[in-house]
Design a protein around this ligand. Structure first.
Ligand SMILES: C[S@@+](CC[C@H](N)C(=O)[O-])C[C@H]1O[C@@H](n2cnc3c(N)ncnc32)[C@H](O)[C@@H]1O
Length: 271
């Protein structure tokens, strides 16, 4: 059996996850975009880079504000989807941890929406963002709150813990919820050279229609948590699915499932 590095594991997962990600997560990960735009003070004419851009939702929002936008992602499938959805924007393949094709001091703002938890070396990505920013430019990244608050995670992780195998062997990586602690975000920004690190809590709601939608979205549209689910036996996965059907019923309102999925936006300035 080939042992993948975390980066290879993530790359394989995202190459295959585009359709499900775009169908299930777009309505969730776009909710924090206004907070990112505020944190980065996105305005007409500024040069804006969307890192780990996926299907390009943040890039598109900055483009709409009149910014001159580029997007970068290491998955060719994600880059193709971004180009297809937003034909007027410059999207390219590239690694967030070095951004090596991008010259120093070439952007006024760098945003990374829900990318940081997918990096084996997130501090390298913050340093790369620092390098490509002009003096006075800002970086912002977002991440999920802890599972106790971001309920979609707790429903899955609790079910896996009780009815499945919570210790599936995955490539080693920083803890999934490390940046869910605002102090860790601020320290990482400061260590990478950014001044005035700040963090804002943002309420988000994931609206689903069927009890099995959560498991399907995560199984087919993510990387690490999908890996946990794919590592279950058929029986364990069936038991996890059944447990989620029961626990998710607590979140039904007016025939919809409403899951709290709050997140943090963290930002700093290159001074
Ligand atoms: C959760 S998705 C976020 C997509 C998008 N930013 C959004 O707002 O929905 C994570 C993205 O990070 C990308 N990614 C993961 N590791 C990367 C790396 N080392 N360099 C560039 N992109 C990476 C994946 O291909 C995927 O598109």
């Amino acid at each position: 059996m080939t042992i993948l590095s975390f980066k290879e594991f993530e790359h394989q997962a995202w190459q295959a996850a585009v359709d499900q990600y775009d169908a299930s997560f777009s309505r969730l990960t776009q909710q924090i975009i206004p907070a990112i735009m505020n944190a980065l003070n996105v305005r007409k004419g500024m040069r804006f880079l969307d890192v780990a851009c996926g299907p390009g939702y943040l890039a598109a929002a900055a483009h709409q504000k009149g910014a001159k936008v580029s997007g970068v992602d290491f998955s060719s499938s994600m880059v193709s989807r971004a180009k297809q959805l937003h034909p007027g924007i410059d999207f390219n393949e590239g690694d967030a941890e070095d951004l090596y094709k991008i010259p120093d001091a070439s952007f006024d703002a760098v945003g990374m929406n829900f990318g940081i938890v997918h990096l084996g070396q997130p501090e390298k990505a913050l340093k790369a963002a620092y390098r490509v920013l002009k003096v006075g430019g800002r970086v912002a990244f977002t991440t999920w709150c802890k599972p106790q608050e971001a309920v979609g995670f707790s429903l899955i992780l609790r079910a896996a813990e009780i009815f499945g195998n919570p210790n599936v062997q995955l490539p080693s990586a920083p803890p999934l919820f490390f940046y869910s602690d605002p102090e860790n975000c601020k320290n990482a920004l400061a260590k990478s050279g950014f001044s005035n690190p700040n963090v804002q809590f943002v309420n988000q709601i994931w609206e689903l229609h069927l009890p099995d939608e959560l498991l399907e979205a995560v199984l087919k549209g993510t990387a690490r948590t999908a890996g946990l689910l794919k590592g279950q036996s058929k029986e364990q996965l069936a038991a996890i699915r059944q447990a989620i059907r029961v626990s998710i019923s607590e979140y039904i309102q007016d025939e919809k499932i409403i899951l709290p999925m709050p997140a943090l936006v963290a930002w700093g300035t290159k001074s």
